[in-house]
Design a protein around this ligand. Structure first.
Ligand code: NAD
Length: 485
């Protein structure tokens, strides 16, 4: 563990308030564990509501000054943070693998992807624009200006400890907002290291705070009740998202909600089956299946279903499971015992309902929270694994005969985040991608996310977009000035 210990010794473990690490007012700490072993990695400061208000005081003190900082200067700081994060990519990647479990190659991919939000929004910071028009009557002028919404709260999940933060911090800082981040309790270290990188990049004290906490609500509730906070942006479960929307009503906060998904992955009879298998490997197994965009339901034309299933099974059965930092690992552990238990329960329920196990189907014995990469065929359409988000390395396959049936099955969920289709017909690709009730559609590809494109869901998958030119709008207020000239 020596290079792990060396790295961990460099990571701040206090609360990040006013530009540096500080002790929590109540002095508490909580343990961060390595999910590959169950062993403790570090004790991290445990924020309470009192610390949250201290962070908000600090954000409010600098909000006006940060909003008035030249866009080029804000842009330069974001760009410098991208450069420093890129230079420290190996540290960030290893840290993420240690606290979250994913294979090191995946963590490296996340650093590149996550840091890119800082570069993208450094470029957007200098392109915030309003508009000017002559009123249709000809008598007046319409001036539309944009201003930062003000202090924001970001609540982030554990599955992408860096990227889910940078996707919010990048546009907020670019727009001139201050931000308090409450990272997931399983993975606070990556965000603390990022805060240090921002300080090195020249971000003024108070603009960004990080509040790890073992009891999330005790930190977020006082912030949401405080009229000085102007926005909450959340990535996580639909259940918690709904609670936060309710609490946001008290101060009529702006909200961005990136919630759960239940992505359909539809393979039509005219698809290139080998390409579809490649795409399914990425859409299903990336991040060990712990992604809100993960293909949750593989809906495959009955005429190609056996060919697709056999090829996918061969690939999934050959995956190497192990600690993310071991050479050759493709699938790391799940984040914790609770998550592994929930994946196992969904698989057991599907098997009891008549699904056939093609490979895997159980937990891996020994320390850590490992689950076998699994393929289930003949999954009953009304089983829980079809209705609920799996969040693990389990491919659940169902069949269909007609395009209408496939669309109905794909849309038969309260979620609407990502969807994937495989077809060689351009007509069908256009028709089906428009018919899907989903914020994002991948056509003949298993990875959709791109910092230059809007990421977001419809239905119970959320509100708003992150990334793209759309992403910064979530952090800007629109003001209309009526002019008589
Ligand atoms: P979660 O909703 O329990 O936790 C997410 C974050 O919310 C964590 O920081 C947690 O501490 C915090 N939180 C929990 N309860 C809270 C409360 N009462 N008040 C305020 N904050 C609270 O989700 P999870 O189980 O950690 O993560 C998995 C879920 O997140 C999955 O359902 C997945 O779909 C979803 N997710 C969605 C996206 C997306 O972009 N749409 C990305 C990643 C994960």
């Amino acid at each position: 563990m020596s290079n792990f210990d060396e790295l961990l010794a460099t990571v701040p473990t206090g609360l990040w308030i006013d530009g540096g690490p500080v002790d929590p007012i109540d002095g508490g700490t909580f343990a961060v564990l390595n999910p590959a072993t169950g062993e403790k990695l570090a004790d991290v400061a445990d924020a309470t509501g009192k610390d949250a208000l201290r962070a908000l005081d600090s954000a409010c003190r600098v909000q006006q000054e940060w909003a008035a900082t030249a866009p080029r200067k804000r842009s330069d700081i974001l760009r410098a943070a991208w450069e420093l994060a890129t230079a420290r990519a190996e540290d960030l990647a290893l840290l993420m693998t240690l606290e979250m479990g994913k294979a090191l190659a995946e963590s490296r991919g996340e650093v590149a992807y996550g840091a890119e939000f800082l570069r993208w929004f450094s470029e957007e910071a200098v392109r915030i624009q309003g508009r000017y028009a002559t009123a249709p009557s000809g008598n007046g002028r319409i001036l539309v200006t944009k201003a930062p919404v003000g202090p924001c709260l970001a609540i982030t999940p554990w599955n992408f400890p860096l990227a889910m933060g940078t996707r919010k911090i990048g546009p907020a800082l670019a727009a001139g907002c201050t931000m308090i981040v409450k990272p997931a309790e399983d993975t606070p270290l990556t965000m603390l290291l990022l805060a240090e990188i921002f300080a090195e990049a020249g971000l003024p004290a108070g603009v960004l705070s990080v509040l790890p906490a073992s009891d999330a609500a005790s930190v977020t509730a006082p912030l949401l009740a405080d009229p000085r906070l102007r926005k909450v942006t959340f990535t996580g479960s639909t259940r918690v998202g709904k609670l936060l929307i309710e609490q946001s009503a008290q101060q009529v906060l702006r909200t961005s909600m990136e919630l759960g998904g239940n992505a359909p992955f539809v393979v039509f009879d005219d698809a290139d089956v080998d390409a579809a298998v490649d795409g399914a490997m990425a859409a299903k197994m990336r991040n060990g299946g712990e992604a809100c965009t993960a293909a949750n339901r593989l809906i495959v034309a009955n005429s190609v279903r056996e060919e697709f299933t056999a090829k996918l099974t061969e690939r999934i059965a050959a995956m190497t499971v192990g600690a993310g930092y071991e050479d050759g690992t493709q699938i790391g552990p799940l984040i914790n015992e609770r998550q592994r238990g929930s994946v196992a329960a969904l698989v057991d329920d599907a098997i009891a309902a008549g699904a056939r196990v093609r490979t895997g189907g159980g937990v891996v014995d020994g320390p850590g929270y490992f689950y076998q990469p699994t393929v289930l065929d003949n999954v009953p359409a009304d089983s829980r694994i079809v209705a609920e988000e799996i969040f693990g390395p389990v491919a659940a396959i169902t069949g269909f005969d007609t395009e209408d049936e496939a669309i109905a099955a794909a849309n038969g969920t309260e979620f609407g985040l990502a969807a994937y289709i495989y077809t060689q017909s351009l007509d069908r690709a256009m028709r089906v991608s428009q018919a899907l009730e989903s914020g994002m559609v991948g056509v003949n590809r298993g990875v959709i996310s791109d910092p230059a494109a809007p990421f977001g869901g419809v239905k119970q998958s959320g509100l708003g977009s992150e990334g793209g030119t759309e992403g910064i709008e979530e952090y800007l207020e629109t003001k209309y000035v009526a002019l008589t000239l």
